[in-house]
Design a protein around this ligand. Structure first.
Ligand code: ASP
Length: 440
């Protein structure tokens, strides 16, 4: 029997009174769900506004000295209608007035944005009859805006120590002087992970509007299979290549504490979703691949130089050029007297000429530097390929049958992924070929 589950509900799960009802019935299904971290109400339909966006708009208008009642009335209406429909007692009208005054008084952008979660937390705590714990008292940032993990851990764990059910609004915390600071967008995921670690939860449930991760992008592969179990390391690889459901920084606190995260769908509460854990324990059979993710728009800078391999420090000098311009490299396949650096074309664009000039100086007269663009990188990720013979052979045969030319190959030493580079025009066909080879 699980003892303590921390739940985080995203904006679409809290968009209106109907969604609030679903949340309560999810909590009633499992009484060990004792802590809840809400986002601000999100979109009810595709052209709707997220409350956080409306708050940012109010702040922008107020800071230009303009009236902000247009977006603010939309915000007021959202909260009042939830409170009315659920017959809540909390005096949300006065709270809304205080937020309006705070925006007009010139409170900073983060304070304004944080009120979405704060107000939503007040409503939810009242609806559930749970304690409201202001995240400003539990989540602490350093003055430079970085999360102060240690202080946060100790503040949150003492605030929640008595184990009574509590609502802790997501997305924000405070600096040491008490002023409000938010995470980057989507940051309630991080608050949920911090609360899970602080109460040493058995599971961190992240409730959203999809039933977990899919093995491939549904815009590329028809009806891709769902991933039922994935490790934190695999997820890092996939989300680095663009597959995202969770805020990237939300994985670290729970991963460190060995707490599994379960992505669940508020609109399909019985669907088991995806479990992300350290080791994916108790597996009867591990699928060879867990997922495929990729991205278009990379450039390959190729350098050639006689006797490159005997020149100690050449690689460092090449990377230093990129570092000087703040460009991070993705891969660096090397030959004996040649080397390639792969970087996003977008990141390279503003400094392309200077970077190439400096690299030409490095290879001197007997070498050459060239760039080719429009390369896609595709990562096929799977803990099932470790020590498993033949995975690479299958992957490349599938690509060859689909007549796709491989421009680059990279397999990390962890054997957790095989990375291939192909022309952008081959991107979709490559993902499909790999998917159908391993999944069917
Ligand atoms: N409400 C914030 C946003 O829209 C934070 C969150 O939902 O996680 O980004």
């Amino acid at each position: 029997m699980l003892e303590c589950i921390v739940t985080k509900f995203g904006g679409s799960s809290l968009a209106d009174d109907e969604q609030f009802r679903k949340v309560r019935s999810i909590l009633e299904l499992e009484p060990t769900r004792r802590f809840l971290v809400p986002s601000a109400p999100g979109k009810r339909f595709s052209s709707d506004d997220k409350v956080t966006d409306l708050l940012y708009r109010c702040h922008a208008l107020a800071s230009e000295g303009k009236a902000f009642d247009g977006p603010f009335e939309k915000i007021r209406e959202r909260y009042l209608s939830i409170a009315d429909s659920l017959h809540l007692k909390v005096d949300i009208a006065s709270e809304l007035d205080a937020v309006e005054k705070g925006i007009a008084a010139g409170n900073n952008r983060d304070w304004c944005a944080s009120r979405g979660e704060y107000l939503c937390g007040l409503l939810m705590a009242d609806y559930l009859g749970w304690r409201f714990v202001d995240a400003a008292k539990g989540v602490r940032f350093f003055d430079d805006g970085q999360l102060d993990e240690e202080t946060t851990q100790s503040l949150l764990s003492s605030l929640l120590a008595d184990g009574s059910p509590a609502v802790v609004p997501g997305f924000y915390g405070s600096l040491a002087d008490g002023s409000i600071k938010t995470f980057s967008r989507g940051g309630s995921d991080i608050t949920g992970a911090l609360v899970a670690r602080a109460v040493n939860a058995d599971v961190y449930e992240n409730w959203t509007d999809v039933s977990g991760f899919l093995m491939a992008d549904p815009r590329v592969v028809d009806n891709p299979a769902e991933i039922s179990s994935i490790t934190y390391k695999e997820l890092r690889e996939l989300s680095h290549m663009g597959a995202s459901v969770l805020h990237e920084d939300a994985m670290f606190p729970v991963h460190k504490a060995g707490i599994p995260t379960n992505i669940r769908n508020t609109n399909k509460p019985y669907h088991p979703g995806t479990v992300i854990s350290k080791n994916a324990p108790n597996e009867v059979s591990v699928p060879t691949i867990t997922g495929i993710a990729g991205h278009k728009g990379y450039s390959v800078i190729s350098l050639e130089k006689n006797m490159m391999n005997s020149e100690v420090g050449f690689g460092r000098k090449v990377l230093q050029v990129l570092e000087e311009y703040g460009i991070s490299f993705e891969h660096m396949p090397t030959g004996i007297d040649s080397m390639c650096v792969v970087a996003s074309s977008e990141a390279l664009a503003p400094h392309r000429e200077e970077v190439l000039e400096k690299m030409k100086a490095l290879v001197e007269d007997n070498g050459s530097v060239s760039v080719s663009d429009q390369m896609s990188i595709i990562a096929t990720v799977g803990r099932g390929m470790v020590h498993n013979c033949g995975t690479a052979a299958r992957l490349f045969s599938a690509m060859s049958r689909a007549r796709i030319n491989v421009r680059m190959i990279d397999q990390g030493s962890s054997e957790l992924s095989i990375i291939v580079g192909v022309n952008d025009s081959d991107y979709e066909n490559t993902v499909r070929a790999i998917y159908h080879e391993f999944v069917g």
